[in-house]
Design a binder for this molecule. Structure first.
Ligand code: PLP
Length: 428
């Protein structure tokens, strides 16, 4: 093609034209091969062009691809809802509300939380609190809950102010900040608290200490505030457990999923809502005031069912935990002698790597140097895809996320580390 008229996130960057994917690799039109070390945006959970998923998609499309959610239910959507409820594995049932993206899932969660209180006659309880260094999506409701400075600043006048609640790596004291924020707002005005179990794009894999979410749960219960776990990035095995929250002993009231649920084969996401939250809605108006044209379409639902079946059949959650340990060790070893590589942290195949001016003290580069962007571009030139995150500690630093498909094998992981090392050496 002569000239691109495509609006790209970065207009000054010449993107390669992707033509084919296979396993953990993507190939471009010029014949270059890329190791998908980030599953795109932490999405392609199974790798590319997996025959079982393609077969399931084809089979569904031969019967029916689209039905509208207020006219029909389908076996595919019902099966998916049953399966997700089984995977949550709680004593309480979780209802599924299907949408098409993570942003829609968190926005739906917000609306259902507010409706939960409205159905009980409580119309003031309508604020959703969240932390800094968080990302819940790009639509206005989701962005309003997101503590991501860069993505908020253009629309700041349209967004709610965020309370000062630290990211989860600030430790247990950070949980107490939620208690203070609820008291400042007045519990009568707060519908819910939303948090990523492990912070992704807005912090580069920030992991809370033991006991953090148990304390968050206590605070929410004490103030009668719902707890929404945004598992759009951490869900479906990414962190070595089926859900990120499975690393802690606290049960959310609403769970949001996206990315890995369709594994890049189809846009699908969900808000899973506990029966406790649904009860006043079912006793009241019996209808959730949210939804999109493509919500619960059978084509996407059948694809997600096939993705979940594949994960189970191939033990990919356990594999994510084991492969994550292997990669974490490798990157920590690399960091010991590579000054550019600072702190390395992760759970399962969700690994954050700080890029530092002085790794001995984790000293960040000045923001204007744009080190993350330079690293991502250089890595791509070297045939490796990594995901840029806003840095740790308030978004100041430089961090990249390594999150390959859960299907990656040892040889491919060694290649990933080798390409990462080559990139670091060239930028040093
Ligand atoms: N929530 C989390 C935790 C995310 O990481 C993202 C995307 O990065 C979203 C929500 C928004 O998802 P989407 O980009 O599919 O709208």
């Amino acid at each position: 093609m002569e000239r691109s008229l495509l609006i790209k996130p970065k207009m000054d960057d010449e993107y390669p034209t992707a033509v084919r994917g296979e396993g953990v690799y993507i190939y471009d039109a010029a014949g270059h091969k890329y190791l998908d070390g980030s599953s795109g945006a932490v999405t392609a959970l199974l790798g590319h062009a997996v025959p079982e998923i393609i077969d399931a998609m084809y089979n569904q499309s031969k019967s029916i691809s689209f039905t509208y959610r207020s006219q029909f239910t389908t076996d595919a959507a019902e099966q998916l809802a049953q399966k997700l409820n089984e995977l949550v594995g709680s004593d309480t049932d979780y209802w599924s509300f299907f949408v098409d993206s993570g942003s829609e899932a968190t926005e739906t969660a917000m609306k259902i939380a507010i409706q939960h209180w409205q159905e009980q006659g409580n119309y003031r309880k309508n604020k959703v609190l969240s932390r800094w260094n968080s990302y819940h999506g790009i639509t206005l409701g989701a962005l309003s809950m997101s503590g991501h400075l860069e993505r908020r600043k253009r629309f700041a006048p349209l967004l709610d102010e965020l309370p000062s609640i630290s990211p989860p790596d600030a430790g247990l004291a950070g949980a107490e900040e939620l208690d203070q924020a609820i008291r400042r707002k007045g519990a009568d005005n707060v519908a819910a608290f939303i948090a990523e179990p492990i912070v992704g794009a807005a912090g580069g894999v920030l992991i809370p200490p033991a006991g953090y979410y148990e304390r968050i749960r206590e605070i929410c219960d004490h103030h009668q505030v719902l707890f929404i776990a945004d598992e759009v990035m951490t869900g479906i095995g990414r962190t070595g457990r089926m859900f990120g929250m499975d690393h802690w002993g606290a049960e959310p009231d609403i769970i949001t999923l996206g990315k890995g649920m369709g594994a890049g084969y189809t846009p699908i996401a969900a808000a899973l809502v506990s029966a406790r939250v649904m009860e006043p809605i079912l006793k009241g108006t019996q209808s959730v005031m949210s939804g999109h044209t493509y919500s619960a379409n059978p084509q996407s639902a059948a694809t997600a069912v096939a993705v979940l079946a594949y994960i189970e059949k191939h033990g990919l959650v356990e594999r994510s935990a084991m492969s994550g340990l292997y990669l974490l060790d490798k990157f920590k070893a690399l960091g010991a002698y590579c000054p550019l590589i600072g702190e390395v942290r992760g759970k399962g195949l969700m690994i954050g790597i700080d890029l530092t001016a002085d790794s001995a003290v984790n000293r960040p580069f000045p923001k204007e140097m744009g080190v993350t962007a330079a690293f991502v571009k250089k890595a791509r030139d070297n045939g490796l895809l990594v995901y840029p995150a806003a840095g740790a500690s308030g978004g100041d630093g430089d961090t990249v996320i390594v999150a390959p498909p859960l299907t990656i094998n040892q040889e491919e992981m060694d290649e990933l580390v080798r390409l990462f090392k080559k990139t670091a050496a060239e930028l040093q």
